[in-house]
Design a protein around this ligand. Structure first.
Ligand code: ZN
Length: 83
């Protein structure tokens, strides 16, 4: 498994899997693995930018779900980093 940042995660290594995704986001995330919450957040923000520029009703639905997820991830990050 390789994280989006290029970090190689060995089989059985620690990866962050996003569970409980709404249907709209399953396609966006697919089988991507993340090595840290930071990478999840970066991916969310990148996807938000991409989807924002598409501006269709379908994309707008995904954006609102993704925005919510990004906020959740940001909160998780803060609780990890802020200890
Ligand atoms: Zn990473």
């Amino acid at each position: 498994m390789r994280c989006r940042c290029g970090t190689h995660v060995p089989a059985g290594g620690e990866v962050i899997e996003i569970t409980g995704l709404p249907k709209s986001l399953e396609d966006v995330f697919g089988d991507i693995a993340f090595c840290s919450p930071k990478c999840v957040r970066a991916f969310c923000l990148e996807s938000l930018e991409t989807l924002d520029s598409i501006d269709t009703p379908h994309a707008r639905g995904i954006v609102s779900d993704l925005h919510e997820l990004t906020m959740e991830v940001a909160t998780t990050l803060v609780s990890i980093l802020g200890g």
